[in-house]
Design a binder for this molecule. Structure first.
Ligand SMILES: Cc1cc2nc3c(=O)[nH]c(=O)nc-3n(C[C@H](O)[C@H](O)[C@H](O)COP(=O)(O)OP(=O)(O)OC[C@H]3O[C@@H](n4cnc5c(N)ncnc54)[C@H](O)[C@@H]3O)c2cc1C
Length: 431
């Protein structure tokens, strides 16, 4: 049997981050990834010179991922939109997106009274202590804080864009308001070369710290025994029968994977049973040129749509070409999306785009986030990164821990596991 200090299951950004942090803190770490490549949902593929992420990906600059990756020395190259070329899509028409004073004054999306209320609501939203909103849904927050329907819709649109979630009656206002505040405070960045650059950068840091990685290695079970009547981890068993003994195991995968890796564990089965995944449909299009160079983003006000020319801010297309991500946030009401539906959204932003297509891809049902922070549970109700009922088990993912959504939750939970398991001296060296 092979041995290590820590076995990390999952080679997405969360698994890579926890592996790098623990190895920099002096632990022997082996990382297992079932796919042939690292990256998980942060994978980017190359199509005729266009860099396609798995759907539109933006890094929130005020979030945990930017904080931890920056501390690890990772350069995050690229830029993000600040409202320029932005539109709100309502009733099949484009309206100027109210993203600043001038655009708010000039847009025909809102009446004069609506503009005043929109400005007031957005200012209040930035001031509220999000942690006091536990137990309230986003929809309830909107009803309590916005009196006009014409204002409620665009504010709801901003929540959808920041969280990727269309189920505003289910999503907790604590998580959504914190996410919106982060998005508005420092904005987002689209990354040069796509998110695979984060994967490359983080795996180089993990390699330098001595992390051993094993690809095409599906872990089948976390082996366990008992010490003093308390269950604890013993290591992992791979699908090919290989066993690794480890003092600690980090599961950096989704709740269904985690439950399958821990057969008979009722707590893990409970995490899987209550997880409501956040899904999206995505159309990626590489164009030889943009028909309307000044029209760069469109967010649906009355429908859960998103379109953005990521190549306007990041190097993700060949010189002169353009890469556009179009998406639909799927929820209970809008559970499916068809390719023609997303094509129609792109036609509104970039009329005549079909004549310039070089390459394209439609993905109808991506899992954006493994579990929505719900109204009932909120951020505080998510499983803790350091598991209590099974000694030596850590959890990392976008469904874990009390901080952030999306990749910020994955990286924040990675940081929390490393902090808890490393002494303060080793922890300081790791970060
Ligand atoms: C369409 C879309 C848009 C998104 N947009 C954004 C965005 O704008 N901003 C943002 O912050 N986030 C965004 N995200 C979310 C972000 O991609 C994820 O939160 C992040 O990549 C999750 O990383 P992770 O390591 O936690 O999980 P994953 O990337 O899912 O990695 C888990 C890994 O575990 C492996 N694995 C699972 N089970 C096993 C096993 N038994 N043995 C071995 N390996 C196993 C899997 O193969 C996978 O590689 C988006 C996601 C999607 C799909």
């Amino acid at each position: 049997m092979k041995t290590t200090d820590v076995a990390v299951v999952g080679g997405g950004l969360g698994g890579l981050a926890v592996a790098a942090l623990l190895a920099r803190g002096g632990r022997r770490v082996v990382l297992f990834e079932k796919a042939r490549h690292l990256g998980g949902r942060a994978h980017t593929t190359h199509h005729e010179g266009y860099h396609f992420n798995l759907g539109p990906h933006a890094l929130y600059l005020a979030g945990a991922a930017a904080r931890v990756l920056g501390r690890l020395g990772l350069e995050l190259k690229g830029r993000g939109p600040r409202g320029e070329g932005g539109f709100a899509l309502r009733g099949g028409r484009l309206h100027t997106l109210p993203s600043g004073l001038v655009s708010l004054l000039t847009t025909d999306l809102l009446s004069t009274m609506g503009k005043l209320e929109f400005a007031r609501v957005m200012a209040n939203l930035m001031r509220v202590d999000a942690s006091t909103l536990k137990g309230m849904s986003v929809e309830e927050w909107l009803r309590a804080n916005v009196s006009r329907e014409e204002v409620r819709e665009p504010v709801a649109m901003l929540f959808r864009v920041a969280t990727y979630c269309a189920d505003l009656a289910l999503m907790g206002a604590d998580a959504a308001v914190a996410q919106q505040q982060a998005a508005l405070a420092q904005g987002v960045r689209y990354l040069d070369g796509g998110w695979v650059e984060l994967v490359r950068g983080l795996s180089a840091i993990a390699d330098a710290a001595g992390v051993e990685r094993v690809l095409s290695a599906r872990v089948e079970e976390v082996t366990r025994d008992e010490a003093g009547g308390r269950p604890r981890v013993r290591g992992v068993r791979l699908a090919d029968g290989t066993e690794w003994a480890a003092e600690a195991v980090v599961l950096a995968a989704g709740p269904q994977d985690v439950a399958a890796l821990l057969p008979g564990d009722e707590v893990a089965a409970g995490w899987a049973a209550k997880a409501v995944p956040v899904k999206a449909a995505s159309l990626e299009v590489g164009l030889s040129r943009l028909p309307r160079p000044g029209a760069l983003t469109a967010f649906g006000v009355d429908r859960p749509w998103y379109a953005s020319v990521h190549s306007a801010w990041a190097r993700v297309a060949p010189e002169g070409g353009a890469l556009v991500h179009v998406a639909k946030y799927l929820g209970e009401r809008d559970a499916v999306a068809s390719e023609p539906e997303l094509e129609d959204v792109l036609e509104l932003l970039q009329p005549g785009w079909r004549q310039h297509v070089v390459t394209r891809r439609f993905l109808p049902g991506l899992t954006v986030m493994h579990a929505l922070p719900t109204k009932a549970e909120g951020l505080q109700g998510r499983p803790r990164p350091v598991v209590e009922h099974l000694q030596g088990l850590g959890l990392v993912g976008d469904w874990v821990g009390p901080e952030g959504m999306l990749v910020d939750a994955s990286i924040s939970s990675a940081e929390a596991v490393a902090r808890a398991w490393l002494g303060s001296r080793e922890g300081a060296r790791a970060a």
